[in-house]
Design a protein around this ligand. Structure first.
Ligand SMILES: [Fe+2]
Length: 212
C-alpha cells in the first residue's frame, strides 16, 4: 500500500459498534451447585434415592475412568510375541470403557447430581490400585486388569441391588445391562490369555499327568 492510501482507522474507530460481540473474559463466580448436592429433577424418584445412586455411580465412574486409562497404558506399553493382538484388544476395551464413562456420568447428571470429571478427583476416589509408571510383563498387565475388573464387578452387583431396592430402575439397568455385562465379557477375553497352553507343539506329558 502506498503511503498516499494509508488512511487506516484508529483502534477506537475499528471497535465502535462491536461492543455486544466482544467476549467477556476472566469471569468468576461461585459454583451454582456444589458437589454432593442434588438439584431435583422431575423424574418421579425420591431425592434420597437419587443421592444414594449418584454417590454409588460416582464410585463406579472413578473406577471405570481408571480401568479405561489402565487399558490405554497397556495398549502403549505391551511387549512380546502377542504385541499386535493385545495392542488392538486393549484399545478395543479402552473404547468400550470410554463409552461407559460417558453413560455413567450422564446418568449421574440425570439424577440431578454432579458427576466427577477431573483426574485428581478420580485418583482420590478410585478403589483400583495405582500401577507403576514403568512397563510391566504381559501376564502382570493381564492380572492387573483382571483384578480391576473384579473390583468393578463386585461393587456394581452390590449397587445394582441397592438401586433395585430404592426403585431406581434406570440406575439398576445401567449397572446390570451395561456395566456388569461389558466387564464380564472383557474378563473372558483377558482371562483366556492366561491359560497355559502350548503355542505350537501339544504337551503330552501334561496331558498324561492330567488324565491320571
Ligand atoms: Fe493407539
Amino acid at each position: 500500500m502506498s503511503p498516499k492510501n494509508d488512511k487506516r482507522p484508529s483502534y477506537s474507530q475499528i471497535e465502535t459498534g462491536s461492543e455486544r460481540s466482544r467476549p467477556l473474559l476472566h469471569q468468576n463466580a461461585r459454583e451454582i451447585q456444589p458437589y454432593g448436592k442434588i438439584a431435583k429433577l422431575p423424574i418421579a424418584l425420591d431425592e434420597k434415592v437419587c443421592a444414594e445412586s449418584a454417590e454409588n455411580l460416582n464410585q463406579i465412574l472413578a473406577d471405570t475412568i481408571t480401568i479405561r486409562d489402565l487399558y490405554k497404558k497397556h495398549h502403549w506399553q505391551v511387549a512380546g510375541h502377542t504385541f499386535y493382538q493385545l495392542h488392538l484388544l486393549f484399545d478395543k476395551h479402552y473404547g468400550e470403557q470410554n463409552e461407559l464413562v460417558d453413560t455413567i456420568a450422564e446418568r449421574i447428571q440425570s439424577l440431578g447430581a454432579i458427576s466427577l470429571a477431573m483426574a485428581p478427583d478420580i485418583a482420590e476416589t478410585t478403589s483400583i490400585p495405582r500401577p507403576p509408571r514403568g512397563r510391566e510383563e504381559v501376564p502382570v498387565q493381564l492380572s492387573r486388569l483382571l483384578e480391576a475388573h473384579e473390583i468393578i464387578l463386585k461393587e456394581a452387583r452390590t449397587m445394582a441391588r441397592l438401586a433395585d431396592e430404592g426403585g431406581d430402575d434406570g440406575t439398576n439397568d445401567l449397572l446390570v445391562s451395561e456395566i456388569i455385562r461389558t466387564n464380564e465379557l472383557q474378563v473372558w477375553f483377558l482371562a483366556e490369555h492366561l491359560v497355559d497352553v502350548p503355542v505350537v507343539r501339544a504337551d503330552e506329558t501334561k496331558s498324561a499327568a492330567a488324565a491320571r
